[in-house]
Design a protein around this ligand. Structure first.
Ligand code: PAF
Length: 286
């Protein structure tokens, strides 16, 4: 596996693969890799002859009071995992390589509506930072396919929309969330949980499943279900940012006859902010 830090070297290698008519898949990450990331790499394997993984802790998607400085950086361990997973190239640029003019007055990539709800309300500027860095990474690598996890459902929707709106010639592949045996979604931020918090953490997905099952059985009292789930989570020790049932198509408010719904939640537990979601497909009425 090659490890490159500059866009110049990255482009040289990608150009050589293109000349050989090889398809390229990109898995963008912020590193501190776990089995969920490796699932993304495996999904990339089925899509393309060449696999590129980027590791870049992107400052523009962190708010001023968020964990940018403390975000776990484990490049040596990560590169060993990627080597084992038969990745062809690890792209690990510095902040100045990605943002050579600094972080002030950057070109903006904004996906309105989708970016301004749910996590966008609690993390102002987050999805603008994600949209900008993903646009940059897609332009740097120019992959045929880019792979993202469904745990970050809203992020995946923002990226699909921006790629579509900007006519970027890349397929966006979403991969199912990898979970621990107790249901907790794998996430680098789980490392912030103390052992007692780790024991409580699966309750987040537990409550999402409770609501998903109620939707399956025909309950459409969205507000009541949301409030009950929030109360149960607060009781268990979470500070809930949101717990919402939304339309899967566009994250709009759900209606009783919608057939694809998402249950999405974000909650803080100790020093960690956890997010998770579940897609619910319901039978339509003809
Ligand atoms: O999901 C992530 O790890 C990041 O938000 C991403 C897509 C790599 C952009 O920095």
């Amino acid at each position: 596996m090659q490890i490159v830090h500059s866009i110049f070297e990255l482009r040289q290698q990608v150009a050589a693969w293109r000349r050989a008519d090889e398809r390229i898949a990109l898995v963008p990450t912020m590193g501190n890799l776990h089995a969920g990331h490796l699932d993304l790499v495996h999904a990339a394997r089925a899509e393309a002859e060449r696999r590129v993984v980027s590791i870049f802790v992107n400052p523009t998607q962190f708010g001023p009071l968020e964990d940018f400085d403390n975000y776990p950086r484990t490049l040596v361990e990560d590169s060993r995992e990627l080597e084992r997973a038969e990745v062809d190239l690890l792209f690990a640029p510095s902040v100045s390589e990605v943002y050579p003019r600094g972080l002030g007055s950057l070109t903006q990539v904004e996906v309105p509506n989708l970016s301004r709800t749910l996590c966008g309300l609690f993390r102002p500027g987050h999805f603008e930072g994600v949209a900008l860095v993903v646009t940059k990474l897609l332009n740097m690598v120019q992959p045929d396919v880019a792979v993202f996890g469904e745990k970050d459902r809203q992020q995946l929707m923002v990226i699909r929309r921006l790629v579509d709106d900007l006519n970027m010639p890349v397929k966006i592949l979403g991969v199912a969330t990898k979970r621990h045996l107790d249901g907790l979604a794998m996430s680098s931020r789980n490392a912030y949980l103390s052992p007692p918090e780790r024991a409580v953490a699966p309750t987040l997905y537990g409550m999402i499943k409770v609501v998903a099952e109620r939707l399956q059985t025909g309950d459409r009292n969205f507000h009541t279900m949301q409030e009950a789930a929030k109360a149960a989570l607060e009781e268990a020790g979470f500070r809930v940012d949101y717990f919402e049932v939304r339309r899967a198509e566009d994250l709009g408010e759900p209606a009783a006859n919608d057939t694809e719904l998402l249950v999405l939640a974000a909650a803080r537990l100790g020093g960690a902010r956890l997010i998770d979601n579940c897609l619910v497909t319901l039978p339509g009425h003809d």
